[in-house]
Design a binder for this molecule. Structure first.
Ligand code: PLP
Length: 405
């Protein structure tokens, strides 16, 4: 008789965005005349830029001709894309990352969820609180997190690093149990916070000193506007021996529906004689058959001169929304964070409302959908996330509605 993976049964409730979806559907069914604006889920709204569309069309045409048709992609991804990434994302930022240390994938969600597979089951993970839920839930599924305490909303075997206004939403180095695997995400989802290069260097030094590995999620790197905020963990000295970096094309180029991302594992990252690069290569080769050729050509176009100009404009479009939200909420008396180096605005709920109370209030009174901070972890209670990924028109309309509440 087969048994199920009981770790799945330990997962509390359903995924945050499913809960939000259910509430919004119920509200819309009951109020079909209301125009609901979503500044909730972090999905983009702007179309792919012309340079990417051109690359997609041209790759589709290649697939129609026997001489240029492509089947399975190489395990690590096509060299043309890995070379473009190594040159533009790393070499030009002074980071030493070779093309064969880059693994192309279909996005950072899968990679951030799958990467834990190459580590032992009894490793301890550390996460920021609040956190992108995928890091914790995938470790729950793997049986790595111990037991769940519904009262504290925490797992017994996870090291939580609270990020609140009191510490500028920057995690502090663990003082008690030393974690083996440390998940960091900057610019941060959900808080929109960043840390400086000097702060990130402290984490790299900590990991190297304690034999820990950092899984650095830089999905929002393109939104950095301030000079002392690192774009890659490999800008820090010693990161090649302790850090894995995850990147996505979803938010810098609008690939949420196209799907493309990559993971960087430097060859010096070893436990004893075992290189993590070799383990991930084995996993990738066994369980993954590559992002489509067409999509990898579209990814290459992100680094073309026209692509760069067009995407800078697109990121600027969303950051204009971030400014609209941040300035509008501040003017309305809200305490707001983020929105400078990230497309997320993290606000303190007014009148001591809980995050879900504010969600209901905003949905019912303003017909606006955001994300309750508590859905990202207990330290997110009393906060609320709005995203800058809407259209200008909807963003302006939403802020006017909030101001009028
Ligand atoms: C921190 C973080 N990492 C990864 C992802 C997923 O990216 P992708 O679309 O490449 O799977 C997201 C998406 O919202 C995210 O917020």
């Amino acid at each position: 008789m087969y048994q199920v993976n009981e770790n799945y049964l330990k997962l509390p409730g359903s995924y945050l965005f499913s809960n939000i979806g259910k509430k919004v559907r119920a509200y819309k069914n009951a109020n079909p005349e209301k125009e609901v604006i979503s500044l909730g889920i972090g999905d983009v709204t702007q179309p792919l830029v012309p340079a990417i569309i051109k690359a997609l069309h041209s790759a589709v045409d290649e697939m129609a001709v026997a001489e240029t048709f492509r089947g399975y992609a190489p395990d690590l991804g096509y060299e043309f894309l890995r070379n473009a990434i190594a040159e533009n994302d790393y070499k030009q930022r002074g980071c030493q990352i070779a093309a064969d240390e880059i693994f192309i994938s279909d996005g950072a969600k899968c990679d951030s969820g799958n990467i834990q597979e190459i580590f032992a089951k009894d490793n301890t993970i550390a996460v920021c609180d609040p956190v992108y839920p995928v890091y914790v839930d995938t470790n729950v599924m793997a049986g790595r997190t111990g037991t769940y305490d519904a009262k504290t909303e925490q797992w017994s075997d996870v090291v939580y690093m609270p990020c609140t206004a009191a510490n500028g939403f920057a995690p502090e180095l663990p003082k008690g149990k030393i974690p083996d695997i440390i998940y960091l995400c900057f610019p941060n989802n959900p808080t929109g916070a960043t840390i400086t290069k000097a702060q990130l260097q402290e984490w790299v030094d900590f990991a190297n000193k304690n034999g820990a590995v950092i899984i650095y999620d830089a999905a929002y790197e393109a939104y950095i506007s301030e000079a002392d905020v690192p774009h890659s963990i490999y800008e820090c000295e010693g990161a090649r021996t302790c850090a894995i970096e995850l990147r996505s094309f979803s938010k810098n180029a609008g690939f949420t529906g196209v799907r493309l991302g990559f993971t960087v594992i430097p060859k010096e990252l070893k436990r004893g004689e075992t290189a993590l690069h070799a383990l991930w290569a084995r996993r990738h080769g066994t369980k993954y058959n590559g992002a489509p050729y067409i999509v990898q050509r579209a990814g290459e176009a992100v680094y073309s001169p026209e692509g760069k100009v067009q995407l800078k404009e697109q990121v600027g479009y969303y950051m204009q929304n971030a400014k609209t939200i941040k300035d509008g909420l501040s003017a309305a008396g809200y305490t707001v964070f983020g929105g400078v180096n990230a497309p997320y605005i993290w606000l303190q709920t007014p009148d001591k409302m809980t995050s879900w109370e504010f969600f209901d209030f905003l949905l019912e009174k303003g017909n606006i959908v955001g994300t309750p901070g508590s859905g990202f972890g207990p330290s997110g209670e009393g906060y609320f996330r709005l995203t800058a990924f809407g259209t200008h028109e909807n963003t302006l309309k939403a802020i006017e509605r909030i101001k009028a509440l």
